[in-house]
Design a protein around this ligand. Sequence first.
Ligand code: NI
Length: 231
Amino acid sequence: MLLHLPHVLSPEALARCRTIVETADWEDGRITAGTQSTQVKNNRQLPEESQAAQTARAIVLASLSTCALFFTGALPKKIFPPLFNRYDGAANSFGNHIDNSIRTWAATGAHVRTDLSATLFLSDPSEYEGGELVIEDTFGKQAIKLAAGDMILYPSSSLHQVAPVTRGTRLASFFWIESMVRDDAQRKLLFDMDMAIMAVRAAESADAMDSTPAVQLTGCYHNLLRMWADT
Ligand code: NI
């Protein structure tokens, strides 16, 4: 499932992130690439432990913590600390690859199994040409280019690339999520059910809330989550 999350960053949070990353020192993105992806990766990143990365990361994590759609879509168990990348000039693309299955945070040695990959766009599409995130999913190739502050969640098992940026600069935050529900199909079913329950609830009158199909459906949702979740 590809899930578009609009307005993950407020305009104010986006502006603060932009100010931080625009004045930071960048390094070659191959520092976090695996053996295969290092052959095709040509971008820049903020050093993981730099002050700029830590400050911008805190803004991203605080914004995520208030995003209900992120919780229901990802059912997050662990979040790899968000990183930041930049595509422009001669370092402007990332060829086809599948993300490493396990990421280890160098500072702590903590592991995260990558069930979901996230790209949070920090540049507006009008600021650059190219730079689409091209993801191959079950319905073919999807070219993703979202408004600044919006985020895409996609299965980390997907083949994907970032098309060359031919004008301007594409800034983004990226990270991985280990989900309480490892299987993408099960997670999608739970998400679809949650959306349907919200629609049913919205259609029901407030005084009918206690003995309605919404209660039974909510129970089914939690019983499925209980069956499948690993916390
Ligand atoms: Ni990737």
